[in-house]
Design a binder for this molecule. Structure first.
Ligand code: NAD
Length: 261
């Protein structure tokens, strides 16, 4: 390969969920690698902060789960950037952490709408630009909770399983048009989303580390690097994949603490 390091020079990229966590870290890395980056998020204040920190070109406020807003995010970003080569779907919501029989359908549906429907709507709008130009790369964000099941996540887990399936479907449909679609599946990553769960006493990071072969939580930058690889030409023959960035979480099949099993 002539180019020995990953470069996104000349690429236009949209990152949803770009105001925080994995989305913001990814946007920062894509900028460093030479891309012109637009951020979209439902959190207007967060967008202002993130734009300053990551050096994004433009920001767009919108809710990815609302069809018109998703369409507008993609169209406005492509106009502002002068094209669209890369999309990262990092907008997402965590689960309520409630037993299934105690759940109300409204909050359940909201998680499905943001995590799954929102991802589909952004992908579809992006492909209406990428397919005719016969070039593009999309990365969706799944989770170890997509293939893996555990109690009290009956919206989040299924929404992420659906993202993995959607990624495969779209890759099969758009590969012939020069558009690649992949996903990353993070384990537990130190973002405001996870900090919120810690603060509410819904997860215990010591126990999570015990079950993780690499024995720590991941960082947003570590997920961003996998995303940057997948959107770049270094991954030119990879599509339909979900790359787990999880410190070995998916590999571990034992019970309890990986150090003492
Ligand atoms: N942090 C983890 O451990 C972890 C693990 C697996 C998967 N993920 C996934 O990674 C993605 C990013 O999560 P994060 O940890 O960076 O969380 P985060 O809360 O830091 O960031 C998520 C961003 O999405 C935005 N958002 C939420 N709903 C939206 C909507 N309807 N429209 C537009 N933007 C919206 C939020 O405002 C926020 O800025 C999510 O899809 C999450 O499910 C995270």
């Amino acid at each position: 390969m002539a180019n020995q390091s990953i470069s996104l020079l000349g690429r236009s990229a949209l990152v949803t969920g770009g105001a925080s966590g994995i989305g913001a870290a990814t946007a920062g890395l894509l900028c460093e690698l030479g891309a012109k980056v637009a951020l979209a998020d439902i959190n207007a204040d967060g967008l202002v902060n993130a734009q300053e920190i990551v050096g994004a070109f433009k920001t767009f406020i919108g809710d990815v789960s609302v069809e018109d807003e998703a369409e507008a995010i993609v169209a406005d970003a492509a106009n502002a950037l002068g094209g669209l080569d890369v999309v990262v779907n990092a907008a997402g919501l965590v689960d309520e952490v409630k037993f299934a029989i105690e759940r109300d359908i409204g909050p359940w549906q909201r998680i499905m709408d943001v995590n799954f429907r929102g991802t589909f709507q952004i992908c579809r709008a992006a492909a209406r630009i990428m397919v005719p130009q016969r070039r593009g790369s999309i990365v969706n964000i799944a989770s170890v909770n997509g293939p893996g099941g555990w109690p009290r996540r009956t919206a989040y887990g299924p929404s992420k399983a659906a993202v993995i399936a959607l990624t495969r479907e779209l890759a099969c449909e758009w590969g012939i048009h020069g558009v690649r679609v992949n996903a990353v599946g993070p384990g537990y990553i130190t973002t405001p989303m996870v900090q919120g769960l810690v603060d509410e006493g819904k997860i215990d990071t010591n126990r999570l580390c015990d079950r993780t072969p690499i024995d720590r939580l991941g960082t947003p930058d570590e997920v961003a690097r996998a995303i940057a690889f997948l959107v770049s030409d270094w991954a030119s023959y990879i599509t339909g994949e979900t790359l787990f960035v999880d410190g070995g979480w998916m590999a571990y099949g034992g019970a309890g603490d990986v150090k003492t099993f």
